[in-house]
Design a protein around this ligand. Structure first.
Ligand SMILES: [Zn+2]
Length: 420
């Protein structure tokens, strides 16, 4: 039994969740730095003045600005957005709030609020009741592997630490969250109310909606935020996901991409936890979300779940073996080939294609024995997968990716020099 790698389960802030041994729990969101205007930059498009209540416990939490509510009701063709964050961070979003920044490929996508009405009817999915599991998103047609299934923009964006801020205290936090929702266009308010469990208007209902439906790890100016989407929030958890989501911080666009070929009638599910863990480990992590998973993998027969667990354990073992062998350059080429083949087969069997991390490990293993061509192949694969699963922006700004390229280029240079 491999020990559970240490994970920060309660705080999905970008700094703690960027890179775990079994893949990144949240997309490696990265802000296209340098593209944001400074806080004192162009005028901010808020259509109502920010609401900045005075925190009752100002002595707690140090000397930083306080969170305010910023609302932009015309955002994305009138969907609207409310943001609770520091004023300087809200100001940095000015460019992203402009509808003109959204590329046509996103604008004209059927689930986009900006799509012309004849396209909106062409969504590939429908939201409906699933017995015993509340609502879920079901495909209405077949879909191809790597096809985009759903796009969306946040309706709420909240600084993650605000949600538990002792400086504000829970009463004022609830009030501010409700104010943020009530400032939105009516149709959007109704859609958010539709996400609430039990009766709306119940004390703390907005915080509950965010906790159960929010997407963590949204990095804005290096500060973690949590985002709420409408259709995106209807997508349930599955330990063997059929889709993976990526986020473009610059255009504030979330997209869900099919992990494999999908059939009409299948539910689209994404994973709320990092990929690749065993049943017991997943149960432990999903406790944070307050439910016991009944996905096809968790509810399979004991033989099937045991076989899946074995494959996942083995994959993790391979990760460790290759990582330490890379440091010592202790494995011969044939052995690395065999291990890479085995791991690739396991990844395929377990549907873990988005675990880009393994491509890094393979590339470095080949670098350790100066097999440059193979190292380059896996470096390129890592980049292609990052682009696909984490999005263009994240791939371009990924520090681990830049490091891998640098290592490869240094090795190529060294070998070149030796040959001369
Ligand atoms: Zn499950």
């Amino acid at each position: 039994m491999t020990p559970l790698p240490s994970l920060s389960l309660s705080t999905p802030s970008p700094s703690t969740c960027l890179w775990t041994p079994r893949g990144s729990p949240y997309p490696l969101t990265s802000l296209a730095s340098g593209t944001c205007p400074s806080p004192s930059g162009p005028s901010i498009p808020w259509s109502r003045p920010p609401s900045c209540p005075d925190p009752p416990n100002k002595h707690i939490g140090g000397d930083h600005p306080d969170d305010c509510i910023f609302t932009y009701p015309t955002f994305r063709n009138g969907q609207g957005i409310s943001i609770i964050t520091f004023p300087s961070i809200a100001a940095s979003l000015a460019e992203s709030l402009d509808d003109g920044i959204v590329p046509d490929s996103v604008k004209n996508f059927p689930s986009s609020p900006q799509a012309p009405s004849h396209l909106q009817h062409k969504k590939a999915y429908t939201v409906k009741d699933i017995p015993g599991r509340g609502k879920g998103v079901i495909l209405t047609r077949d879909a191809a592997r790597h096809e985009r299934m759903l796009t969306g923009h946040p309706v709420l964006l909240v600084r993650f630490d605000f949600l538990s801020s002792e400086r504000f205290g829970s009463d004022l936090i609830q009030e501010m969250l409700e104010e943020a929702v009530s400032a939105l266009p009516e149709e959007t308010q109704k859609a958010i109310e539709g996400l609430a469990r039990g009766k709306k208007g119940k004390q703390g209902w907005v915080a509950d909606v965010i906790k159960t439906n929010g997407y963590g790890g949204m990095d804005v100016e290096g500060v973690g935020h949590i985002a709420l989407f409408l259709d995106g929030s209807r997508v349930n958890h599955g330990c063997r996901p059929t889709v993976f989501w990526r986020y473009n911080a610059k255009t504030m666009t979330m997209e869900m991409v099919a992990v494999r070929d999908l059939k009409a009638g299948e539910e689209i599910v994404h994973t709320y936890i990092p990929l690749g863990y065993t049943l017991q480990e997943r149960e432990l992590m999903l406790k944070v979300w307050g439910f016991k998973c009944s996905c096809s993998l968790c509810s399979a027969s004991p033989q099937e779940t045991a076989a899946s667990d074995d494959r996942r354990e083995r994959l993790f073992e391979i990760h460790q073996t290759l990582t330490s062998a890379t440091q010592e350059a202790s494995l011969p080429r044939e052995r690395i080939d065999a291990i890479v083949r085995e791991a690739s087969a396991l990844i395929g069997l377990e549907g873990l294609d988005p675990l880009v991390e393994y491509m890094f490990v393979f590339a470095r293993a080949y670098m350790s024995i100066n097999e440059v061509a193979l190292a380059r192949k896996y470096t390129q694969l890592a980049e292609a997968k990052l682009r696909l699963y984490e999005g263009e922006d994240s791939a371009n700004n990924s520090v681990p990716m830049q490091m891998l390229w640098r290592e490869l280029k240094e090795l190529e240079k060294e070998i070149d020099e030796d040959e001369w």
